[in-house]
Design a protein around this ligand. Structure first.
Ligand SMILES: Cc1ncc(COP(=O)(O)O)c(C=O)c1O
Length: 288
């Protein structure tokens, strides 16, 4: 994933190499901030309003005010993506509580947020790789209890994903008290007897934008779906397992803890949903 040079920082568009923040920024010192990742197809931002709403929810949850209006976000992010219409992009947005005069745990009464956004190319080769099916492992969820916030404090997620990677797997599926919640960077779906199941929204998982879209599309497709807890046993008995995220879309898991999932190939419901998701994306690219 290559980083494109023009970025947005605190009201200015400037080359990445010229973007500077203070070492006293609370994002740097405490991971005191939140973020979003928004795909852009053919220069058009995908599900922008949903991402802005989630960003504002995350800000509110960490006691920060919205930093821009929806229209201002749309203007900034559209301008960033305009010069990259040739390839698909992911737009990274980060807002921190800014910097004070020293390092202090206490939340400042007055602060100027640090607002940063940049584009990265989304390589289509990564989706081609995913479409063949990925391997995953299960791990205990070692993260904190507020996983609904899209916090920049990602050390738990990173170390879990690295454990998966050490075992030549793409993702870790996380377990809490015997139930599967989500992946280290994705939401979880299983298919059992043609029914789609995903854990209900809670403090133990991120309310994924892709998750919501998959639920929306499954309704349109007439696929039976339920938001219900998934026990570890149900996970291992599943006919299909999918992991969803904005940049990886819908990943079919074909191996879990070295055992084949279902037939050991991306399943029929995944084929159906994946085609439906591609159609939905293409409508954004070429509205009819
Ligand atoms: C922990 C976690 N859960 C779920 C998701 C999927 O969210 P979305 O579909 O909004 O990208 C992500 C995305 O990065 C994530 O980090």
């Amino acid at each position: 994933m290559s980083t494109e040079s023009e970025v947005y920082l605190n009201g200015q568009f400037l080359p990445l190499a010229d973007a500077r923040i203070s070492v006293l920024d609370r994002g740097f010192l405490f991971a005191d901030g939140v973020y979003e990742v928004i795909p852009a197809y053919g220069g058009k931002l995908f599900r922008l309003q949903q991402h802005i709403d989630r960003l504002n929810n995350s800000l509110n949850a960490i006691r920060m005010q919205a930093v821009m209006t929806d229209q201002e976000w749309a203007n900034v992010l559209t301008k960033l993506t305009q010069s990259h219409t040739q390839s698909d992009q992911s737009v990274y947005v980060q807002v921190t509580r800014g910097s004070g005069n020293n390092r202090d745990h206490q939340l400042p009464v007055d602060y100027t947020p640090t607002i940063f956004a940049m584009c990265q190319t989304l390589p289509s080769s990564s989706l081609d790789f995913i479409a063949k099916g990925i391997k995953a492992i299960t791990l205990d969820d070692i993260r904190w209890d507020w996983c609904h916030i899209k916090s920049i404090a990602l050390l738990g997620n990173i170390l879990l994903k690295q454990q998966a990677s050490d075992q030549h797997c793409t993702e870790a599926i996380l377990l809490r008290d015997g139930f599967a919640t989500e992946g280290s960077a994705s939401n979880l779906f299983i298919v059992k007897n043609k029914q789609l199941i995903t854990p209900p929204k809670s403090h133990h998982l991120l309310p994924g934008i892709t998750r919501d879209l998959v639920l929306e599309l499954s309704l349109k497709e007439g696929i039976q779906c339920a938001e219900a807890e998934i026990s570890e046993k149900q996970l291992f008995d599943a006919d299909e397992i999918w992991l969803t995220s904005s940049t990886k879309e819908i990943m079919p898991v074909i191996e879990l803890n070295r055992q084949a999932v279902g037939s050991g190939q991306p399943g029929p419901l995944w084929q159906q949903m994946s085609a439906c998701y591609s159609d939905f994306k293409n409508q954004l690219r070429h509205p009819s």
